[in-house]
Design a protein around this ligand. Structure first.
Ligand SMILES: [Zn+2]
Length: 153
C-alpha cells in the first residue's frame, strides 16, 4: 500500500540525497489498522518525471509487524503507477480535453488519458483516510483541486 507523504524539500534536493529529510514514525498500520510502530523496511527506486526533467528517487518502505504487509511513502505530487508528476499529467489531460497540443508526445498523452480513466476507482478510494492518516492540508487541497478539475467531489 502507498500512502501520500508531504515531502518537506524540493524534488531535486530529495533526488540528490534521500537523507535530506526525516522520515516519519508511523504508529498505525493502514492495512490491518493495528496500533503498532511500523518498522523501516528499506527503499525502492522509481522515476519521477517533472516536465522534461527525470529524477530517480528513493521511496521509503515500512513493514507492519502485525500483518507483515509493506507500506510505502509516496510523495504527494506523484500518483501510484504514473511516472510523470501530478501537475504534468493534469496539464496534459487538460490540454487533451481542450484539444490543445501538449508539450508531451501525443501517444503518451493518449496513454495517460486511457490509464487515468482506468485508475479512477483506485484514485478515488483514498484508503489512508479510512485508517486515520492525516494528509497535510497542502496535499489535501491539491487532491480536492485534482478531483474537482475532473468533475469529482
Ligand atoms: Zn498491519
Amino acid at each position: 500500500m502507498q500512502i501520500p507523504w508531504n515531502l518537506p524539500v524540493k524534488l531535486s534536493t530529495y533526488a540528490k540525497d534521500r537523507y535530506s529529510v526525516v522520515f516519519p514514525v508511523l504508529t498505525k498500520c493502514p492495512c490491518c489498522n493495528s496500533a503498532v510502530k511500523l518498522k523501516r523496511h528499506g527503499f525502492y527506486e522509481r522515476n519521477a518525471l517533472a516536465g522534461n526533467r527525470c529524477y530517480r528517487i528513493s521511496i521509503c518502505r515500512y513493514l507492519c509487524p502485525s500483518c507483515l504487509k509493506t507500506i510505502s511513502l509516496l510523495p504527494w505530487f506523484l500518483l501510484p503507477h504514473f511516472q510523470h508528476n501530478r501537475n504534468t499529467i493534469l496539464k496534459s489531460l487538460r490540454e487533451s480535453f481542450k484539444k490543445i497540443t501538449s508539450a508531451l508526445d501525443r501517444q503518451l498523452v493518449a496513454f495517460y488519458h486511457k490509464r487515468f480513466l482506468a485508475n479512477i476507482p483506485a484514485l478515488l478510494r483514498e484508503p489512508w483516510s479510512d485508517v486515520g492518516f492525516r494528509v497535510s492540508s497542502t496535499a489535501n487541497a491539491h487532491y480536492t483541486r485534482f478531483f474537482g478539475v475532473l468533475g469529482f467531489r
